[in-house]
Design a binder for this molecule. Sequence first.
Ligand code: NAD
Ligand code: MG
Length: 397
Amino acid sequence: MSATRRVSIFGATGSIGQNTIDLIRRDPHAYEVVALTGGRNVGRLAADAAELGAEIAVTCHDEELPALRAALAGSGVEAASGDAAMIEAASRPADWVMSAIVGAAGLAPGLKALETGATLALANKESMVCAGPLMLAAAKRHGGTILPVDSEHSAVFQALLGEDISAVERVIITASGGAFRDWPLEKLATATPEEAATHPNWDMGQRITIDSASMFNKALELIETKEFFRIAPDRIETVVHPESLIHALVGFTDGALMAHVGPPDMRHAIGFALHHPHRKPLPVQRLDLAAIGQLTFRPADETRWPALRLAREVMVAGGLSGAIFNAAKERALDAFIARRIGFLQMTDVVAETLDRLSAEVGLNDAVIDLDTVMQADHLARKAADEIIGHQGADLWT
Ligand code: NAD
Ligand code: MG
């Protein structure tokens, strides 16, 4: 048995964070927990930090610090708040770090962890979308490793084990189709946030669930595939697979397709990254294929899901367009959740933001460092907010 491993979990109170804690809790003596971070759910954060004996618990909201301190009183766990504290926690030496904050806010802490040489289990797909080259360069420079945790990318990673990347002809990312897969197109304009926040197969955070209905999540994942595996955009495909049992397929030059099949349970991809390079037993359901009977596929229609078309444009443009795409998407999603714009208007906001900023920030040839990425992110949020202001209406009153 190896010595205990030092682990940190960013976004510990979220859906991925809690699934990660579930796995660690099953074998507590194998791990020494360094930092847990979260947001407003300081009760959960403090309880987990105390149970796991973490060094430090950090909330991103300064106003929650007194509550976090009170909840941790007498536990021996340090309490802290705010962005600087997040970065300080991320700079503490750890062997394995889970990056599971939602949104572009996950970029800086994950990057800092990579700079310590840690293995970064990357659930935060936005890091790769906004700053793929920066993430890969940081890992290389500091001897760190990035392991994908998004189920599709874990699937591709596993299908590529022992393979020659130059023999890869295509990568096929599957999509469940989300909440509105079978809705008539004309109904989509009036879809509400509550309707969008239900997923047929996966149990995830609210934002990624709505992003599944609009396929902005799949769009981010296509860009993530290009950035992570360095695969040309025209070799990356999407297919709708309503059962969500095949997570991705890799096609090779000899015509073989390697598919990764498993239940829709993120503990598989998290556990794979946690135990890599070994495989260990995981508490996920074993599939009974005869009981499942059939797996089905349909084309991913870009009329129903225009976010997929935008993803192609972003993959081809490269540079800072991923950061702009993601920031505009985050603001459009906020506005949809706040009922300021309709479901279909999210794509319009993102498309218009990309159009507006493409000239302004030199999308393709800008240097990608944390400053330029954060600047592009900032400009895109501002532009998206302006565009939303013009569109805004109270749609469901
Ligand atoms: P979630 O909303 O359930 O949890 C998000 C976590 O981030 C929480 O701990 C929250 O407190 C923290 N957080 C939110 N805003 C923050 C900020 N500004 N600064 C610091 N911390 C902040 O989200 P989730 O579903 O667990 O997803 C996390 C990430 O993993 C996302 O990037 C998502 O796309 C990705 N992912 C999730 C799933 C899934 O099954 N949930 C699957 C694949 C990939
Ligand atoms: Mg995914």
